[in-house]
Write a protein that binds this ligand. Structure first.
Ligand SMILES: [Zn+2]
Length: 275
């Protein structure tokens, strides 16, 4: 990535490290971030900032991690609203009644890979360990969103569906929607085999986004698939920001499913509108 065009950076606050798009928080009056492994209390393969309740880690440690991560971002951990990810593209429109869902009270929804809201003070969170994190903000209508999309969600058009939902629910205009393609597995590390290739090749427009590595493997850029769906929704190129961060390459900083398998923690991608 061109250093001069760097759009994403790593920050430390209160001994917690997280990533964020440069200048977004101040300019757009939001708070957002992508957690790293640094700053939590979990041990072993979860060391140390594991935010995934389904990971097999101890619940009290995960809660403590949420408290520390939230403190670093300056959000209220008790207000968090957590996704319920199943690699599909359902999006929940979050309101006050959802506050604390998945963190201090049970979720009243299932199968949610994307969250949007226009209510200030509600931090929305999705979870990641290679699947792309997608951040959305419409600073005019004051709408924020976050989504989880691995290859299934990517090809099902999650990136575009989030923008579409912001338009239909809140009247957002494409030219006012900014999207951050956050950390996720990069083309450098995402090798797919025939099983995935066979499911992708039914979308001929995307086969061009695959490069053949050998007889059995192809290299896939999820970022370019997301970008394509965003453009179909009319999001201007200049409104699409890229972290350029590969979760698999960032060995010391990030968990990666491809690199670590099931023995690992999860990162959270969080966004909140400020009042
Ligand atoms: Zn990589």
């Amino acid at each position: 990535m061109d250093f001069n065009k760097k759009q994403f950076n790593w920050y430390w606050n209160q001994q917690v490290e997280y990533g964020a798009f440069l200048g977004w928080d101040k300019k757009l009056n939001i708070t957002h971030g992508f957690s790293t492994r640094h700053g939590g209390v979990s041990e072993g393969c979860y060391k140390s900032m594991n935010l995934g309740f389904a990971s097999g880690d101890k619940e009290e440690l995960i809660i403590e991690n949420f408290k520390r991560f939230s403190q670093a971002l300056k959000i209220d951990w008790k207000n968090l609203v957590l996704s319920d990810q199943i690699h599909e593209t359902e999006i929940r429109v979050v309101s006050e009644q959802d506050i604390g869902s998945g963190i201090i009270r049970l979720k009243k929804y299932k199968g949610i890979d994307g969250l949007i809201t226009n209510v200030p003070g509600i931090p929305l969170a999705t979870f990641h360990a290679d699947c792309t994190s997608l951040f959305y903000i419409d600073a005019v209508k004051r709408v924020a969103g976050v989504a989880h999309a691995g290859w299934r969600g990517a090809f099902a058009g999650m990136a575009g569906k989030m923008a579409h939902r912001m338009k239909t629910v809140y009247g957002s205009k494409a030219e006012n929607i900014q999207v951050g393609i956050g950390p996720g597995i990069g083309k450098c590390c995402f090798l797919i085999r025939e099983d995935v290739y066979n499911q992708i090749k039914v979308f001929p427009q995307y086969v061009t986004r695959l490069s053949r590595v050998n007889d059995e493997q192809w290299r896939l850029s999820l970022e370019s698939v997301h970008e394509n769906f965003l453009k179909l929704e009319g999001i201007p190129t200049g409104n699409i920001f890229k972290s350029g961060i590969c979760t698999c390459c960032e060995k010391e900083r990030l968990f990666s499913h491809r690199r670590m398998g099931e023995e690992r923690g999860n990162h959270a991608a969080v966004i909140q509108l400020n009042s």
